[in-house]
Design a protein around this ligand. Structure first.
Ligand code: ADP
Ligand code: MG
Length: 475
């Protein structure tokens, strides 16, 4: 069936106006940006333009064949998934090269930053020429400085090493500087900070790029038969920084090229800074000789954030936003979003944007509301069944009484507490909760929630019981 949407008004109506698609696309772009990071996003994904929809297929346009192939191999599946989530009947994403005369100049969402001019923008028809040296630094993000980096136990060593390299590049023991750690913990931030700091002096030339970009440039140079220029450019910089080196695993030719560049630079007394998601010794799949050399300088890891660091980061970002964010809200976020700084920052930014947009103060309630979907994903996924079980055990009633019709106080009260906790700890709606409690009405749940809150205020012992249960369920 080509157009399965004919019988589904709601899905179809969204597509009559191009607006629905545009909005979906904006949301997809925002997701992707979060997932792949600013630099990758800007390098690859802002080049995509929306094309037509045909049946269950949407076409996305890219200016060059190389970009198309790249986006297809790296992001094709993810793009299909995201489109399908946004517009359920879209099942396929077709990536095409923009033909001459196509109206679609890439229209990246307007949320950012002029993307650095890259050869493939200006000359879609020709193979991309390698960049001149100044282009090697365009990707530095001015927000990522040492000043804006919040230091705590998990990252203080990496920070100190980065500072040291920025002050005195190529000093013994610090070359190469190898930064590693999990996603979103500040590796890219520190590298940009080093670059920005060094450029301030005006004395040194700095090149920063992701390993992905390194590979892309290398391939582009091969295609345009300008590998010699490419090599010369890279070998003429004072400081070379390559981000996310793990990307080169399995890309043997590019690895080889990087290895030679690396050696040439180090031998010439230039500084190398590399980041990866693992330590050199754990990066299996990289050539041994490269791994060995990478481990020869300073290896600094960034550990997962602690609660204290998350609070400091949130405080610092809130302060610079000019929006008042109560300490309670910051604590709530630091408790809930523990995965990485990028997500933490994203959550805070959303709160701040919301506050600015609607001119409303940030409260705990507003936070739960605005971040509903995000928190849901981070919920420790307590189920209603678990809540019922724990509560029943606690007050020594039968589990079946959670859904029975009995109204005796000794049964009804625990049941209300379980409903209250279900509302607090899960993302279920009131009707959904009602259904799990013997098909009760949502007003019954509402009543239970307010009754329990009331009681908790009046009766400290009862409040303690409920809090205890909550903590047990949350951990
Ligand atoms: P990585 O490269 O390790 O995946 P990033 O450097 O891209 O992580 O960091 C993700 C986001 O979190 C960036 O916006 C960065 O500014 C922010 N960030 C990470 N660590 C810190 C920190 N210690 N202080 C302030 N911001 C941080
Ligand atoms: Mg990074």
């Amino acid at each position: 069936m080509t157009i399965g949407v004919d019988d589904d008004e709601s899905a179809f109506s969204g597509l009559h106006s191009g607006e629905g698609l545009e909005e979906s696309w904006l949301r997809i772009c925002a997701r992707l940006k979060d997932e792949v990071g600013e630099v990758e996003y800007r390098t690859w994904l802002t080049k995509i333009a929306l094309g037509p929809v045909d049946g269950d297929e949407i076409t996305l346009l890219l200016p060059t064949r190389f970009l198309r192939d790249w986006v297809r191999s790296q992001y094709g599946d993810r793009l299909s998934d995201l489109w399908h989530q946004e517009v359920p009947f879209l099942r396929r994403v077709e990536l095409q090269v923009t033909r001459a005369g196509d109206p679609a100049a890439p229209t990246p969402p307007a949320t950012h930053l002029s993307s650095p001019a890259q050869p493939e923008d200006s000359a879609p028809a020709r193979p991309a020429a390698p960049d001149n040296r100044s282009d090697l630094v365009t990707a530095l993000d001015s927000r990522f400085t040492f000043d804006t980096f919040v230091v705590g136990k998990p990252n203080e060593f990496a920070y100190a090493c980065a500072r040291r390299v920025a002050e005195k590049p190529s000093s013994a023991g610090f070359n190469p500087l190898f930064l590693y750690g999990g996603v979103g913990l500040g590796k890219t931030h520190l590298m940009h900070a080093i670059g920005t700091e060094l450029l301030k002096t005006g004395q040194v030339s700095v090149a920063y790029m992701s390993a992905e970009k390194f590979m892309y440039r290398f391939i582009a140079a091969i295609r345009s038969q300008s590998t010699i220029e490419f090599k010369e450019q890279l070998r003429s910089v004072d400081v070379l920084m390559i981000d996310d080196l793990q990307f080169l695993i399995g890309k043997d030719n590019t690895q080889e090229e990087f290895f030679h560049t690396f050696n040439a630079l180090v031998d010439a007394g230039r500084q190398i800074v590399v980041s990866a998601d693992k330590s050199p010794s754990d990066l299996s799949g990289l050539e041994d000789r490269l791994r060995t050399r990478l481990g020869c300088g300073m290896v600094a890891d960034i550990h997962a954030t602690t609660f204290e660091l998350r609070i400091s980061i949130l405080e610092s970002k809130a302060a610079s936003s000019g929006v008042v964010v109560p300490a309670k809200v910051l604590e709530f976020l630091a408790h809930k979003i523990t995965s990485n700084v990028r997500e933490l920052e994203g959550a805070l930014n959303r709160l701040i944007a919301h506050a600015n947009l609607f001119g409303r103060p940030v409260t705990l309630e507003a936070t739960q509301d605005v971040l509903h979907d995000l928190l849901k994903a981070h919920d420790r996924r307590v189920t209603i069944e678990e809540i019922q079980k724990k509560v029943a055990e606690h007050w020594n009633i039968r589990l079946t009484d959670m859904s029975s019709a009995r109204r005796a106080r000794n049964v009804a009260r625990p049941r209300q507490v379980a409903m209250y906790l279900a509302k607090q700890l899960t993302s279920r709606s009131l009707p959904e909760i009602g259904r799990k409690f013997g098909n009760r009405d949502h007003t019954t749940v509402m009543h239970a929630v307010s009754r329990v809150s009331e009681l908790m205020e009046r009766d400290a012992a009862f409040a303690e019981d409920v809090e205890l249960l909550r903590r047990m369920l949350e951990s």
